[in-house]
Design a protein around this ligand. Structure first.
Ligand SMILES: [Cu+2]
Length: 455
């Protein structure tokens, strides 16, 4: 972790007003730790205050605080950042303290916290503490509850955390642009009693999405639905950390949605229970078992399971969200024999590629030239070949012999003998199907118009 030291010795610290911090007050700001890397940073146990089990932020980190007169003081800096979306692609985003999403803020029910927000963006901003119970004037809505934080200014938010749960923070100023640029972070309030809702491993991430033209690095901020990078904590598969656990451990995954559509998050392997929502914890008797939980825009869900050994896919179940940048204005070619046409076009354009007369799996293997700073559409390689996924996809990796607190990628699962699907190699006396189905005069012959660029 690289620290930019912006810490000045407190000299004559006095009471800070609720509005912009004065020049004298700025001398007392807590250090604004920054992070340049997208690698997960294991948070240390809390150095002071009430104990809690830190959250593992997927490809992220937690913001250190300074304890001052029993108040936890944090310092967020809103600023332009560079985020590696996955190896091979970096994006120019806006975020906090060097990364998008910003660092996770972690505190404990009952804590009084003070968060300084310095604006190093080219325009005004504010921070809304999404889901946190607080005085209305601390809610961060520009114009409604506070003036905007002007460029170069620092604001101070202060409140007591009344309830534990999974929350988020994001701007409430030029929201469409600032969230499309990646400004968001997790805000975790741990229970006062560390035994309450205790799990062995606690992971968290935010669903976000970008529209970055292949070959460029800055998101188009006016896109409403047709995003081409579907990400978790501004990372796309295969750049998303695995969720590593030991067999039998109780694991919690917390997910917040700051995209503009819902995401049915599906986990293979063990069934899970939804144990937390936007409003807090679900009582034991009211929890519901699932293998997919749909997370609506602006919602947060926490779910828990008992880890079973294996490599279990976890992904958004909207199949376009497990792809990286792809064009949608491509006609479906399944069943269309266009080899002759392709041959003619190849004579004119040597790199022309025939797409998908047998489906699109071949795309995952193809070494096709792509613009710089662009991720292949379907990518990632597993022990059995191409995974053919991108975007919102990762793997829950559960192993029998992991030390507590070991989050290192353990590699691929070693399946017990006889438990892997394999080719049936015994002699087959006759083809299971004699002839391919043939269209006749009664088959509907419709060619749908392609493309929907009018969206
Ligand atoms: Cu999705």
């Amino acid at each position: 972790m690289s620290n930019r030291r912006t810490f000045f010795k407190a000299a004559g610290a006095t009471l800070l007003g609720a509005a912009a911090v004065s020049r004298a007050g700025a001398a007392t700001l807590p250090e604004a730790v920054i992070q340049n890397s997208a690698a997960m940073q294991l948070p240390p146990p809390p150095p002071n205050g009430r104990p809690y089990q830190p959250l593992i932020t997927v490809n992220g980190w937690s913001l250190p605080w300074r304890m001052k007169d029993n108040v936890k003081e944090f310092h967020l800096v809103a600023e332009p950042v560079v985020r590696e979306i996955a190896p091979g692609m970096k994006a120019n985003l806006w975020g906090y303290n060097g990364q998008s999403p910003g660092p996770t803020i972690e505190a404990v029910e009952g804590d009084r916290i003070r968060i300084f927000v310095t604006n190093k963006l080219p325009e005004v901003t504010s921070v809304h503490w999404h889901g946190v119970l607080l005085p209305s004037g601390m809610d961060g809505v520009t114009g409604l509850t506070q003036p905007p934080i002007a460029v170069g200014k620092t604001f101070m938010y202060e409140f007591v955390l009344q309830r534990s749960g999974t929350f988020m923070y994001h701007p409430h100023a030029d929201e469409m642009v600032q969230m499309a640029m990646g400004m968001m972070g997790l805000f975790i309030v741990h229970p006062k009693d560390p035994k309450q809702f205790k799990v062995d491993r606690d992971f968290g991430f935010i669903l976000n999405a970008y529209d970055i033209e292949p070959g460029s690095a800055t998101p188009r901020v006016n896109t409403m639905l047709d995003f081409n990078l579907w990400t978790w904590n501004s990372r796309a598969f295969p750049g998303i950390d695995p969720f590593v656990a030991r067999t039998g451990e109780r694991v919690r995954i917390r997910v917040g949605n700051l995209t503009m559509t819902n995401h049915p998050i599906h986990m293979h392997g063990p069934h899970f229970e939804v144990t937390g929502t936007d409003g807090g914890w679900v009582p034991k008797t009211a929890r519901w078992p699932e293998v997919t939980t749909d997370i609506a825009v602006g919602q947060m869900r926490a779910f828990e399971f008992d880890a079973l050994a294996g490599d279990w896919a976890i992904h958004c179940h909207k199949s376009h969200h497990t792809m990286n940048a792809m064009g949608h204005a491509v006609p479906t070619m399944i069943g269309v024999d266009h080899r002759d046409v392709a041959k003619k076009i190849t004579g004119l354009i040597p790199d022309y590629m025939v797409m998908g007369e047998r489906g699109m799996h071949d795309m995952a293997e193809m070494e096709m030239p792509i613009p710089d700073n662009t991720l292949p559409m379907m990518t990632g390689t597993g022990p059995f070949g191409p995974v053919g996924m991108g975007g919102m996809f990762s793997v829950v990796k559960v192993r029998d012999n992991l030390a507590p607190g070991d989050y290192k990628d353990p590699g691929w699962y070693q399946h017990p003998a006889g438990t892997v699907a394999s080719e049936y190699t015994a002699e087959v006396s006759e083809a299971p199907r004699a002839t391919a189905p043939v269209a006749d005069a009664n088959t509907l012959q419709v060619r749908k118009p392609n493309g929907h660029s009018g969206h």
